[in-house]
Ligand binder design. Structure first.
Ligand SMILES: [Zn+2]
Length: 266
């Protein structure tokens, strides 16, 4: 009996070790493949702005055109300040300096990122890069003081920086609703801006499965609001640490979510 038990234990141990090795290999392959795809997109994006000038800060490398030569330092300052609070709240250290591209107008931004005429983005996180529209396009005031204040108060940076950190922590192993919910949640906590506040009392019917598999086909206002509400519910009930823990587990492949949309623009 003893020998059979010992043999069983050996077989079970071998299976467990094999499973762990397989899971680790799978996580390694997934993460490597994901990073390869992100890098390919990054190289393409940077090539498309190879003639832009460069402004470097402690954590960022900013590409910009002569039209934004007078605001690039203001933008850089705001981003560094935003990043300081975001990285502390999400307890994250960047892997490398992050590239930012400032597009001088909406048409150029749409063109370079293959966006439709229906899109009016202020900022987009895509392929490891923060793509932003020049604040001069949406802030109608010639004074630099106002531009600086407006960009800090109403700009897209906190939201996009959170997308970046979620991506670095979880290696793209999540659906779109999850990263949008986290970005909206921390934006709300850090800046006080609550997205879709007017929808607060509406019972939004979207299920988790719909959010995961058909996010872009849903009514976007409702889908974003629902994503925010789910993440807020988790944070309210279990604490913000739970969200950070989930991100760590996703990054290590200890839990999985559908990641088919992880290379989307967001
Ligand atoms: Zn977003």
């Amino acid at each position: 009996m003893r020998s059979i038990m010992a043999r069983k234990t050996t077989v079970i141990s071998a299976v467990v070790i094999f499973m762990l090795l397989t899971i680790n290999n799978f996580v390694y392959i997934h993460n490597s493949l994901y990073n390869f795809c992100v890098n390919a997109i990054k190289i393409k994006s940077l090539y498309s702005v190879k003639n832009y000038s460069t402004y470097e800060t402690e954590n960022f490398i900013i590409k910009y055109t002569p039209e934004d030569g007078d605001v690039v330092a203001i933008v850089a300052n705001t981003i560094e300040k935003d990043f300081f609070q975001v990285k502390q709240r999400l307890n994250h250290r960047l892997h490398n300096k992050v590239q930012i591209i400032i597009y001088p107008d909406l048409e150029i931004m749409r063109n370079k990122l293959n966006l439709s005429q229906k899109d009016y983005p202020m900022g987009i996180y895509y392929g490891g890069i923060l793509h932003i529209l020049s604040p001069k396009v949406w802030i109608n005031d010639s004074s630099m003081d106002t531009l600086s204040r407006e960009f800090a108060a109403n700009g897209p940076m906190v939201h996009e920086l959170i997308h970046l950190i979620v991506d670095e922590k979880a290696n793209g192993n999540f659906p779109l609703w999850f990263t949008e919910g986290i970005a909206l949640y921390y934006e709300y906590r850090l800046t006080g801006y609550e997205w879709g506040k007017g929808l607060a009392n509406i019972q939004i019917p979207n299920t988790l499965s719909q959010l995961t598999h058909r996010f872009e086909l849903l009514d976007q206002d409702l889908a974003y609001r629902k994503s925010f509400e789910i993440i807020k519910l988790i944070a309210d009930r279990y604490g913000e640490q739970k969200i950070l823990h989930l991100l760590d587990q996703l990054g290590k492949g200890q839990i999985g979510m559908n990641s088919q949309v992880s290379l989307e623009k967001r």
